[in-house]
Design a protein around this ligand. Structure first.
Ligand SMILES: [Ca+2]
Length: 131
């Protein structure tokens, strides 16, 4: 197969595929900052928002005090990242910040919170994120 045709197929096959979002969650170092709750995230971009997705590394005790936990979310491309919404189903989680990196692009866009997350409430980061 000639090279230009291979490239053509590659472009065809890459459209409509999911975008991989790398999510990095920093739990604060305060006493009692950790949570065993179920945490979900939505990622907002210029072109839309990803569906609510649970953040869980199976077999790992995620969101412990002072820990940095890495996850991946696969979803349709939402364009330039504007912010995130995050939700926990129990109270008593002190979230430091959330970082989002799109696919192979360099660097995480970070959204700092550094406060307690209310239970069962979608938290917007940045706080002025319009949804
Ligand atoms: Ca887990």
């Amino acid at each position: 197969m000639k090279l230009p045709f291979c490239l053509f197929l590659l472009v065809l096959c890459s459209t409509g595929q999911a975008t991989v979002y790398h999510v990095r969650v920093y739990t604060s170092t305060y006493s009692g900052a950790g949570t065993d709750g179920n945490v979900q995230i939505k990622i907002h971009g210029d072109n839309g928002v990803t569906p609510a997705t649970y953040l869980d590394n199976p077999g790992c005790d995620d969101f412990e005090k002072g820990s940095v936990d890495n996850f991946t979310v696969e979803a349709e491309d939402v364009g330039n990242i504007r912010g995130v919404e995050i939700r926990n189903d129990e109270s008593g989680w002190h979230l430091e910040k959330v970082g989002i990196k799109v696919g192979d692009q360099p660097g995480y866009r970070e959204f700092t919170y550094s406060y307690w997350v209310d239970a069962n409430t979608w938290l917007r980061l940045p706080r002025n994120l319009d949804v």
